[in-house]
Design a protein around this ligand. Structure first.
Ligand code: NDP
Length: 491
């Protein structure tokens, strides 16, 4: 008999090293494609939390005193290490999230590294202002905020850690990062890489645990900002908690984004976009276009091509197999949630074009798979059309007029993303300008380069990640007035 294999145990990463907790409390991490426990992680107990804050304070003293060029040089070294370790890190992301290797291998680590590289380049170029006021003048300094907290979701764990660390560190802050309890390893590897690159101890600490650890971060008086990625409901709790200590917040939340396909669109391209925006990362992408509005004249053609390509081109299975392009959902609970939404869609009268069930592929029979699912004949008031499902479930709706579809597309409290497919250049811009969403695409869907600011309108978020403006969200402006004459005092 072979002895049972004990899964490895990871600790919190504090002040440049792994640090054991005192409570002995741990949690399991499960590979969604196999249902196996792959490792355990120690929870950040009170001793770890205390050490994390002390470490962050010490790290901030050193890091914020460096010039932006010095910080930039070190961060660029981390970028080099991230890229050199692409495959090792991508594999971790596949095992933790269940997403296909063919995605992680070219997206997760690369787009994370891109953002750190972008902000490392940008930080030395950030300047204040100077203005004469009579003989006197003032100037402004862009100063870091201090200790920031990052709280991440489970769908792009390493990328989210990089997207928060990049601007925070480039601007001279330190970051306490809490990954999702379901995907905690990528952030620890990033912490190791930062140390190897020369980032001082305490500048990037990783604390592990579930909501309680997140709550501790949002309430802590020494933390100046929280950048949160997750569900709308959690975001509201985070913001409410952060309000007690008047923290700055960035909120990257959920969506129920519309894709508008007009009669003159290139249908094959529009189908590609709809599939990418619903089935990539097995549908677990915040910007997904889960409401696809198709104009009546092209509706039948669109649906026919979508059904054929969905049934013929999607390969579910062991996510490490490079031919697989549909992975497992993050957890059994989440799989059931998605299946419940599908059943509700059927009950509410939506017609199933394809999919609609759990899958058990031969190469990963125990994984939490859901077939790529398309509903047609959807109505605006159906639950599947209104609520974020966060799985491979697309709802198709028909429309006739431009004004009508804009109104229907905007009829939601969410506003993360939107897309338009048309060959009419004027209509494309006219319609996009009227859509209430922070991230928009014309004849494209899903691209999110480091240079482009991303974030939501309405309940989908506050603030932005990426793009030049994000650096401002990690600095505060100090105005310095300089008197050049004697003070004119009535006293
Ligand atoms: P959750 O809101 O459940 O969790 C996000 C993070 O918050 C996790 O680390 C979680 O810990 C932590 N957390 C939970 N409760 C609290 C609390 N009260 N205080 C502080 N932290 C808390 O989101 P998911 O992880 O389920 O991610 C999916 C959601 O994220 C979707 O809605 C998706 O749209 C959104 N998202 C948005 C993106 C964007 O850029 N706009 C990008 C990616 C995802 P733990 O999980 O360990 O319990």
């Amino acid at each position: 008999m072979t002895p049972p294999v004990t899964p490895p145990i990871y600790q919190n990463f504090i002040h440049g090293r792994y640090l054991a907790n005192q409570s002995g409390e741990r949690f399991d991490v499960i590979n969604p494609a196999t249902d196996d426990v792959i490792y355990q992680v120690e929870v950040a107990d009170h001793a770890i939390q205390k050490a994390a804050i002390e470490s962050a304070k010490a790290g901030f003293e050193i890091w914020s005193a460096m010039t932006a060029i010095e910080r930039s040089r070190i961060l660029l070294k981390a970028v080099e290490l991230l890229r050199a370790r692409n495959d090792e890190l991508a594999r971790i992301e596949v095992l933790d999230t269940g997403k296909p290797w063919q995605e992680a291998e070219c997206v997760d680590v690369q787009t994370g590294a891109d953002v750190i590289e972008y902000f490392a380049g940008l930080a030395p170029a950030q300047v204040g202002q100077q203005q004469m006021v009579g003989d006197d003048f003032y100037y402004t300094r862009k100063e870091p905020l201090g200790i920031c907290a990052g709280i991440g979701a489970w769908n792009y764990p390493l990328q989210i850690a990089c997207w928060k660390a990049g601007p925070a560190l480039a601007a001279g802050n330190v970051l306490l990062f809490k990954p999702s309890e379901e995907t905690p390893l990528g952030a620890l590897k990033l912490a190791e890489i930062f140390i190897e690159a020369g980032v001082p101890e305490g500048v990037f600490n990783v604390v592990q645990g579930a909501a309680e650890v997140g709550q501790w971060l949002t309430a802590h008086p020494d933390i100046e900002k929280v950048s949160f990625t997750g569900e709308v409901g959690t975001g509201k709790k985070v913001m409410a908690s952060a309000a007690n200590t008047l923290k700055d917040v960035t909120m990257e939340l959920g969506g129920k984004s519309p894709l508008l396909v007009f009669d003159d669109a290139n249908v094959t391209e529009a189908v590609s976009a709809a599939m990418l925006g619903n089935f990539y990362t097995q549908g677990e992408v915040c910007t997904n276009c889960t409401r696809v509005f198709v104009q009546r004249g092209v509706y039948d053609k669109f649906i026919e091509e979508l059904k054929t390509r969905t049934e013929q081109n999607i390969v579910a299975g062991d996510p490490l197999d490079p031919n697989v392009n549909l992975g497992a959902l993050i957890s059994k609970v989440h799989q059931q949630l998605v299946l419940d939404y599908i059943n509700l869609g059927i009950k509410e009268g939506a017609k199933l074009l394809t999919g609609g069930e759990a899958l058990s592929p031969a190469s990963a029979p125990n994984g939490y798979f859901v077939a790529p699912t398309v509903f047609v004949d959807c109505q605006d008031d159906m639950t599947i059309v209104k609520e974020e499902i966060f799985g491979p479930v697309m709802s198709i709706l028909v429309f006739d007029e431009e004004a009508e579809v804009i109104k229907r597309a905007n009829n939601t409290h969410l506003g993360l993303a939107a897309g338009v497919f048309t060959q009419d250049i004027q209509r494309a811009h006219r319609v996009i300008h009227k859509l209430q969403a922070g991230i928009c695409w014309i004849n494209a869907y899903g691209n999110s380069p480091a240079e482009m600011p991303v974030g939501g309108y309405k309940h989908s978020g506050i603030g932005r990640e990426n793009g030049i403006e994000t650096l401002d969200h990690y600095t505060q402006t100090k105005s310095v007035y300089v008197g050049m004459n004697n003070i004119d005092s009535p006293f």
